[in-house]
Design a protein around this ligand. Structure first.
Ligand code: 2P0
Length: 400
C-alpha cells in the first residue's frame, strides 16, 4: 500500500485476571451489567499477557482485525460495541473550536492486531485480557482519556477487571445505563508480594459451555443463582476486601474456595446442568484439602472458572512444596522438564508423611503443565516501535 500519510500506531499489553469472588449472571445482556459485584487478582504479564497494536491511516479503506495472526470478522457485535464507544468518546472529547480538523482519529479506519503469549489451547480465559488490551490500545490511538470500564465491559464483562493491576473489584452498580458498573483497584500489585499463583492446565477432551450461554441458562433456571447474588455475594465481597487489605491468607484462601464451589454448585443447579469441573479438577480439590489438613491450616486455595483448569493461590514459603505434591499426584507423562513454566522454583522434597496422607494413586498426564506466576500490574504502553504487530503498510508483520 503506497502510504502518503504516516501511520499512527500504538502497542499495549494487558493482563489476565482471576476472580476470587465470581461474576455469573447478567441483568442487562446488551450493556453487560452483572447481577453481583466480583473481585479479582491481576496476574503478572511476564507469564500471561495479550499484546495489541492499533493503527490509524487515511490509506485504510476499512476496519480490520487479526487475532493470533488470523484475520477475524470485524463486524462481530461485541467488537463493534467497543469500537463505536471509543469513537463516540473521541468525538465527545474533541475540543470545541479547534481548527485543525478533521483529525485522522475522527475520520480514519483502524487496523488492529492482537496476540497472546500463552497458547489459546491452554483453555485459559483470554477474552478478559484480549478486550482490555483492545480497548486500552484503541483509547490511546484515538486519544481518549476517560475511564474505560464501561467500554471494556461491553467486550466481555470480566475484561473491565483487567484494566487495573493488583486486586480489583467490579462494582455491579445500580443504574440502568451502567454508568456506575465500574472496575476499581482495591490494592496495588505491590500490596501482597508473598502471594503466588499456579495455573494448573488440565487436559480436557471437550469444549465446555461458553460463559455467556452458561450464564444465560443459569439466569433462566437457577434459584440458587438468585440467592447467591442477593444474599451471599455482598457478604463475600466485604469479607474478601478485608482479607486482601489485611493480607489474611487463611481467610482469603477459604473464601476463594467457597466462592468457587458456590459458582459450580450454581452451574449444577442450572437446568440442564452445566459441569465445568472434571475428575482431575475434583482430584486437585481433594489434594488441596488434604495438603491443608496435613499442615493444620489453609496454606493453599483453588478456584475454577468455566473449564476444568485450576488456579491455585498460595504464599512463597509453600509454593515449592505444593508443586512437589502436584508432581507426586499428577506426574508429567512426558517432557518432565517442561512441566513447570513461568517463575523459577527451587525444588522441594515431599515428606513420606505427606505422601502417605495424600494417599492418591498417581494419574500421569492429567495435568499438562503448570504456569507459576504472581500478582502483576495493569495495562502498559510499549514504547519500542519495533514491538508493533503491524508493519508500515498496516498489515501484520510476519511472525518472528
Ligand atoms: C469471572 N467468569 O468472574 C467469571 C467466573 C467465568 C467464571 O467472567 O458474557 O467472558 O463476556 O460477560 O466475562 C467469564 O465470563 O462473560 C467470567 P461475558 P465473561 O471471571
Amino acid at each position: 500500500m503506497a502510504s502518503e500519510q504516516p501511520l499512527v500506531a500504538v502497542t499495549c499489553t494487558a493482563p489476565v485476571n482471576i476472580a476470587v469472588i465470581k461474576y455469573w449472571g447478567k441483568r442487562d445482556e446488551e450493556l453487560i451489567l452483572p447481577i453481583n459485584s466480583s473481585l479479582s487478582v491481576t496476574l503478572h504479564q511476564d507469564q500471561l499477557k495479550t499484546t495489541t497494536t492499533a493503527a490509524l491511516s487515511r490509506d485504510f479503506t476499512e476496519d480490520r482485525i487479526w487475532l493470533n495472526g488470523r484475520e477475524e470478522d470485524v463486524g462481530q457485535p461485541r467488537l463493534q460495541a467497543c469500537l463505536q464507544e471509543i469513537r463516540r468518546l473521541a468525538r465527545e472529547q474533541r475540543s470545541p473550536g479547534s481548527e485543525d480538523q478533521p483529525p485522522l482519529r475522527l475520520s480514519g479506519k483502524v487496523h488492529v492486531a492482537s496476540v497472546n503469549n500463552f497458547p489459546t489451547a491452554a483453555g485459559l480465559a483470554s477474552s478478559a485480557a484480549g478486550y482490555a488490551c483492545l480497548v486500552y490500545a484503541l483509547a490511546r490511538v484515538y486519544g481518549v482519556e476517560s475511564d474505560l470500564s464501561e467500554v471494556a465491559r461491553r467486550g466481555s464483562g470480566s475484561a473491565c477487571r483487567s484494566l487495573h493491576g493488583g486486586f480489583v473489584e467490579w462494582q455491579m452498580g445500580q443504574r440502568a445505563d451502567g454508568k456506575d458498573s465500574v472496575a476499581r483497584q482495591v490494592a496495588p500489585e505491590s500490596h501482597w508480594p508473598e502471594l503466588r499463583v499456579l495455573v494448573l492446565v488440565v487436559s480436557a477432551e471437550r469444549k465446555p459451555t461458553g460463559s455467556t450461554a452458561g450464564m444465560r441458562t443459569s439466569m433462566e433456571t437457577s434459584a440458587l443463582l438468585k440467592f447467591r447474588a442477593e444474599a451471599v455475594v455482598p457478604v463475600h465481597m466485604a469479607e474478601m476486601t478485608r482479607c486482601v487489605k489485611e493480607r489474611d491468607f487463611q481467610g482469603f484462601g477459604q473464601l476463594t474456595m467457597k466462592d468457587s464451589n458456590q459458582l459450580h454448585a450454581t452451574c449444577l443447579d442450572t437446568f440442564p446442568p452445566i459441569c465445568y469441573l472434571n475428575d482431575t479438577s475434583r482430584r486437585i480439590m481433594q489434594l488441596v484439602h488434604r495438603f491443608n489438613a496435613h499442615h493444620g491450616h489453609t496454606k493453599v486455595a483453588y478456584t475454577f472458572d468455566a473449564g476444568p483448569n485450576a488456579v491455585i493461590f498460595t504464599l512463597d514459603d509453600t509454593v515449592a512444596e505444593f508443586v512437589a505434591a502436584v508432581r507426586h499426584c499428577f506426574p508429567p507423562e512426558s517432557n518432565g522438564d517442561e512441566f513447570l513454566k513461568g517463575l523459577p522454583l527451587r525444588p522441594a522434597p515431599l515428606s513420606d508423611e505427606l505422601k502417605a496422607l495424600l494417599g492418591m494413586d498417581p494419574t500421569p498426564g492429567s495435568i499438562k503443565y503448570i504456569i507459576a506466576t504472581q500478582v502483576g500490574p495493569g495495562p502498559q504502553i510499549v514504547d519500542d516501535p519495533q514491538a508493533h504487530l503491524l508493519g508500515p503498510d498496516g498489515l501484520p508483520k510476519p511472525a518472528a
